[in-house]
Every structure is written in structure tokens, then in C-alpha cells.
Design a protein. Structure first.
Length: 649
């Protein structure tokens, strides 16, 4: 079926989503009663917000029209949308109400206990003044969800937005989004019930249906919209009220599209069967469906393509935990649709999981100047040698964070600065660095171990649970491709366990590969070690490598380009080299396409820290000397790359 919908050209936005913007707390214990759940994962939620998020992830220019509280959760929501590329310019901050919250459980494939905490919440208090005609007119389409028709005030705001849309050649979309509890038709804790027949709700919806060009809902939602005795009678009642294209979501049967007279049965309509997958969580799948449909519809694709996108997105989300973070990118969706026949359990496919991980929007680090002071044994030895109490080391590392902050400000290096800090002596320093927008690495290896051991034991995944998501896992491994079989296999098993743990936790991974000094190495040793890790299915976001020649850099560039085009890059390590030696290393890497910068430590901190621990200098002098070393190294790096430092006024 062709899609005859005409959209205005030259619009800045593809779709504006008006409606629910809330925090979802998803139970992490699958199979437990909600009463017995012990921990939750926090996600962006709310049907309109999920659609805006999913649309942006698929490449549409989406915007959100809603309201959040002046609270931490409201900021989480707006920051999450913004990171995904969604316009949040018309998400207002409510000084009096809190951001809405939903708690959800996953008891089994058919039971999803759900509680809406939406009493007088911010997103149900959108003010009429928020509906700006210029903003509405800047989009191809406006989407409204049914929840925002459930109160008099929000019905008025939604109606005003729809009238402005129709006056300005903006196509209009209704996601029926029927939740009986939000219409006061079920108990306050009964968010799970999806259908309660009610003549008042039906009349409410029928009255506003003429304002829409596209109406999307499940069979139960069309039953409430039309109020008929069965789905076909309800669809005929809906058609009597509107000429809109109707899209009926049919769960595992896919969906039906009706853009003319209502046929005798749904099977007589245009149908797309969709992909068949094992269900983990149906919550939010409809939002993913609509995001996928809009991707095709707004780009003028035929209905077969729209439905294929929609059903593919829905299938992926029902197979995953959560809704918004489970939404696919276009490259991920294309891969799934091309392989859907064999992907009954999408979560088991390594390629799909990797595409889901690497394809989403992430902070870009085209240049990295990282001060590494994650050293543990070296700081302990330094304290011992200078007669200093080991208890002073946490304070020392906090001072080093201050030095980095001053360097960032002085050299205007926002988005290019980073730190590498341990949690043995640097826990307070890590806390001080977190949340500043820096690149932050954190080691997991037991210093000096070969074969590799983790600092906190083999259960590395349980340790990562407490880490902020912005922390990058850094693991140094003394890896040689010609090592004994027993040692090499043990190292590789540890690295694979770490890699798998990172896939679950969501943290990025940096592997620092250094051949052991006890073994002979040649020009290809590091290259072969990196290639071996790719061969066994390990794809870290970052590599940290020692000095390489220009020819070796060309080989590394080619390997990374071939094996992992999503790799974030390679950074240079220091190994206590002098600034002159590092300058030579930087020069060899100057033409590398993958080298993003450096992670250097002892060259910067060793002598100032020794003097501070010995009582020869105070805090201010320590910071000044560390800054001088760090900034000199940054100057060398930038000069090698043909860049100049921009000093703060």
C-alpha cells in the first residue's frame, strides 16, 4: 500500500510529541512479585517521551512538549532526551510539582504489575502558554497521547495544539494509549489493567478523533475509542468520526493498516505479520512500534515499510528489559530485519547486542588529554620511601583532581580532558571528578598480575554494579601472543569475563596491552595481541598502547578499521617516559586515524607528589607543579597535531 500522506517541506522538525514524560523504575528481579523486588533500573519513560526518544534514535528530528519537576529526576529526563538528539526547548520546569514516576515489575510473560505515581505531577500540568504556534508550525507532525485527554485542563491544551497544527499544515497523530487507571477507572495501584469499557471515555475520544490524520492503538484501545461490541464494530464507529489512517497493533500477529473503508475482518485489511520473538517484557513495545512506524511514515515510505519498521522495533523491545534504552538505532533495526527469521531470541545474538551498544548516541572524544594517577603500588612505595603515612594518599589524589580542573579551565579544554583514578586510594578523588563531563577511567586489574587477576576478585560483574555509568573500565594486561598456552588461555578467559560483564553493566572498556618485559617482542607483537583479542570476540571501546612507530600505527589503524569501525580510539601510555621521549612518541602517531590522545601519569605526578609526601611543598605548590607538567605535555601533544592552545582570559 502506498502512503499518500503529504507533509510540509522545509520544516525544522519531523515530529513533536506532546504528553507523558516520566521516570520508569523497572524491577531487576524477573519473576518476583513487585512486593518482593529488591532493586530497580531507572529509565526514561512515558508514552510520548518513549516515542520521541525512539524516533530520535532512528534518526528523526523529534521534539518533546511537556513538563518536568524542578528535581533530579526531571533533569535526568531532559538530559537523556537531549543526549539522544531530541529537542527539549519546550520542556518546561514546574517549580511546584514533582516529575512523574512509574514502578514496574516483570512477574512472567503475561503479568506486569505497574503502579503510576502521577498525583498532581508535572507532565499533567502543561500550561496553555507552552503551546507556541511557531514551535508547532516548525514540525511536519504533532503526536498526542490519550492520557493527555483524560483531564479537562490537558484536554484543552491538547486540543489547542491540534488546532494550531491543522491550521499550519502539520499532520496530526493520536496514540490512543489507554490506561484505565489514569482515567480513574481502576484502583490506584492497578496500572496493569489495560481495558475497562466506559462510555464516557469513548465519547471523549470520538469527539476529538476528527482532528487526527493517523490513529494508532491496540485492538483493546480501538474498542474503547469506538465503543462497539467487537473490534470491527468499534473500527466502523471510529471511521465514522475520522478519515484518518488507522493502524491496529495486533501483538504477535503484527499490525493492520486501514486508510479507507473498514473491511469485513482485520485479516482483510493490509497486514504485516511482523517478527516472532520470545517475550520478556511487553511494556513499552507499543511506543517502540509507533516510533518505527513514524520513521517510515514521515519519510514517505509505503505502508509495508512503515509496518516492517514498526513491528521490528516492537519485537526488539519486547525481548529486552526496559523500553527507551531498548529502542534500536537504524543500523540495528536493519540488521534485525535482515536476520529476523533466525533471531527468535534477539538477546542471544552477539552482533545485534554489539550494534545496540555502540550505535547509540555517545559523548564524542576526538581528542583526549588524560592525567593518569590510578597507580596503587607506586603511590604506596612513594609514601613509604618518604616516611609519609599511607592515609595521606587519598588527600593527595584529591589535590590532583583540583589540578586537572584548573588546567581544564585555564586551557579551555572542555570535552578533551580526562583522568584515570583508582578506588583504593582515589575513591574520594573519583567522586570529585564524576559529573564534570570528563573522560574518567578506573582500573580493575590487580597490579602486576600475570596471568591477569582483578583487584576485587573474580566476580568483576558484581563490582561494576556500584560504578557510575560514565566511568570507563580500564584493564592493563601483560599480553604476549607467544606466551605459554596455559597462561595465554587464562588471560583470555579473564578478559572475556570482563568484556561480558561490561556488556551487561553498560560501561565502556579500555584495554591496556603491554607485552611482559620477560619476553622478547618485535614490531608486530602488540599488533598480533590486539588482533588475537578481536579474533576471540573482544571489542573494547578503547585501546591503550605503548610507543609505536609510524608504520606500526598504520597497521593498527587498518586493523581497527577492518575489525571494529565503532572503536572509540587508541590512546598512548607513558610508562614514566620523559616529556622528550613522549614528544617523539606523539610525533610517530601524528598521522594515525585512531590515536585520540594520551593517558600519562608518572611523568606528570611523580616528582611533585614525592616532594609533597616528604613535606617539602604544600598543597598549592603541588597543584602548580602538577599543572605545569600536565600543561607542558598537552602543549607538546597539540603542537604535534598542529593545534594551538586557547588560553582563558
Amino acid at each position: 500500500m502506498n502512503n499518500p500522506t503529504q507533509f510540509a517541506s522545509g520544516r525544522a522538525l519531523d515530529v513533536i510529541c506532546l504528553g507523558r514524560l516520566a521516570v520508569d523504575l523497572y524491577a531487576q528481579q524477573i519473576g518476583a512479585r513487585l512486593e518482593d523486588v529488591t532493586s530497580f533500573a531507572k529509565y526514561l519513560g512515558g508514552s510520548s517521551a518513549n516515542i520521541a526518544f525512539g524516533s530520535a534514535r532512528l534518526g528523526l528530528r523529534s521534539a518533546m512538549l511537556s513538563r518536568v519537576g524542578d528535581d533530579h529526576m526531571g533533569r535526568f529526563l531532559t538530559e537523556t532526551l537531549a543526549r539522544e538528539g531530541c529537542d527539549i526547548s519546550h520542556v518546561a520546569v514546574d517549580p511546584e510539582r514533582l516529575t512523574a514516576l512509574v514502578m514496574l515489575g516483570l512477574k512472567d510473560k503475561d503479568t506486569f504489575p505497574l503502579i503510576f505515581f502521577r498525583e498532581n505531577c508535572a507532565d499533567m500540568a502543561i500550561e496553555a502558554g507552552a503551546v507556541d504556534v511557531a514551535f508547532i508550525a516548525s514540525s511536519k507532525a504533532l503526536l498526542v497521547t490519550g492520557t493527555h485527554l483524560s483531564t479537562k485542563a490537558m484536554h484543552a491544551v491538547s486540543s489547542a495544539a491540534l488546532e494550531l497544527a491543522r491550521q499550519n499544515n502539520v499532520r496530526t497523530v493520536l496514540d490512543i494509549d489507554y490506561r484505565p487507571v489514569l482515567w480513574g477507572l481502576s484502583g490506584k495501584a492497578d496500572g496493569e489493567t489495560r481495558f475497562v469499557s466506559n462510555g464516557g471515555v469513548t465519547a471523549h475520544l470520538l469527539a476529538i478523533l476528527p482532528l487526527f490524520d493517523l490513529v494508532v492503538g491496540t485492538e483493546e484501545e480501538f474498542m474503547i475509542a469506538g465503543g462497539g461490541a467487537d473490534i470491527m464494530a468499534s473500527l466502523r464507529a471510529v471511521r465514522a468520526a475520522t478519515a484518518a489512517t488507522l493502524v491496529v497493533k495486533r501483538g504477535p500477529l503484527g499490525c493492520a493498516v486501514i486508510d479507507a473503508a473498514i473491511p469485513a475482518t482485520l485479516d482483510d485489511a493490509f497486514n504485516d505479520g511482523g517478527a516472532q520473538v520470545e517475550v520478556l517484557n511487553v511494556l513499552g513495545a507499543g511506543d517502540a512500534f509507533l516510533a518505527g512506524f513514524l520513521k517510515g511514515w514521515l519519510n514517505g515510505a509505503d505502508y509495508a515499510t512503515c509496518c516492517r519498521y514498526a513491528n521490528g522495533c516492537g519485537a526488539l523491545v519486547v525481548s529486552r528489559h526496559g523500553c527507551a534504552p531498548a529502542m534500536p538505532t537504524q543500523v540495528e533495526l536493519d540488521y534485525f530485519l535482515a536476520n529476523a527469521a533466525r533471531l527468535r531470541r534477539p538477546g542471544d545474538d552477539a552482533t545485534l547486542n554489539r550494534l545496540h551498544r555502540v550505535g547509540v548516541a555517545r559523548p564524542q572524544w576526538q581528542e583526549l588529554c588524560v592525567f593518569a594517577f590510578d597507580h596503587r603500588n607506586q603511590f604506596f612505595d612513594m609514601a613509604q620511601q618518604n616516611g609519609a603515612d599511607e592515609a595521606r594518599l587519598p588527600a593527595l589524589k584529591q589535590l590532583l583532581v583540583q589540578a586537572v580542573a584548573q588546567t581544564e579551565a585555564a586551557l579551555r579544554l572542555g570535552g578533551k580532558i580526562g583522568v584515570l583514578i583508582d578506588d583504593r586510594y582515589g575513591a574520594d578523588a573519583l567522586n570529585a571528578a564524576t559529573g564534570r563531563g570528563w573522560w574518567i577511567g578506573r582500573p580493575v586489574e590487580l597490579p602486576g598480575s600475570n596471568p591477569l587477576q582483578f583487584d576485587w576478585g573474580r566476580s568483576i560483574g558484581s563490582h561494576l554494579i556500584s560504578w557510575p555509568k560514565e566511568h570507563v573500565i580500564k584493564c592493563l594486561v601483560q599480553l604476549h601472543p607467544d606466551d605459554s598456552v596455559e597462561n595465554r588461555l587464562e588471560q583470555e578467559a579473564q578478559l572475556k569475563a570482563l568484556y561480558d560483564a561490561a556488556q551487561v553493566s553498560g560501561h565502556e572498556l579500555l584495554l591496556e596491552v603491554i607485552p611482559p618485559k620477560s619476553m622478547a617482542a618485535d614490531a608486530n607483537t602488540v599488533y598480533r595481541a590486539v588482533k588475537r583479542l578481536y579474533n576471540i570476540g573482544i571489542y573494547p571501546e578503547w585501546w591503550k598502547l605503548e610507543h609505536l612507530s609510524a608504520a606500526q600505527w598504520q597497521a593498527i589503524d587498518a586493523l581497527v578499521r577492518e575489525r571494529d569501525p565503532y572503536c572509540r580510539g587508541v590512546v598512548l601510555l607513558g610508562l614514566h617516559a620523559s616529556i622528550e621521549e613522549l614528544a617523539a612518541s606523539f610525533n610517530e602517531a601524528r598521522d594515525s586515524a585512531t590515536c585520540r590522545g594520551f593517558l600519562v601519569g608518572r611523568t606528570i605526578f611523580h616528582e611533585p607528589s614525592r616532594r609533597w609526601l616528604a613535606g617539602e611543598i604544600g598543597d598549592a605548590a603541588l597543584i602548580a607543579e602538577v599543572r605545569a607538567n600536565f600543561e607542558a605535555l598537552i602543549q607538546v601533544w597539540r603542537r604535534t597535531r598542529g593545534a594551538q592552545l586557547e588560553l582563558a582570559a
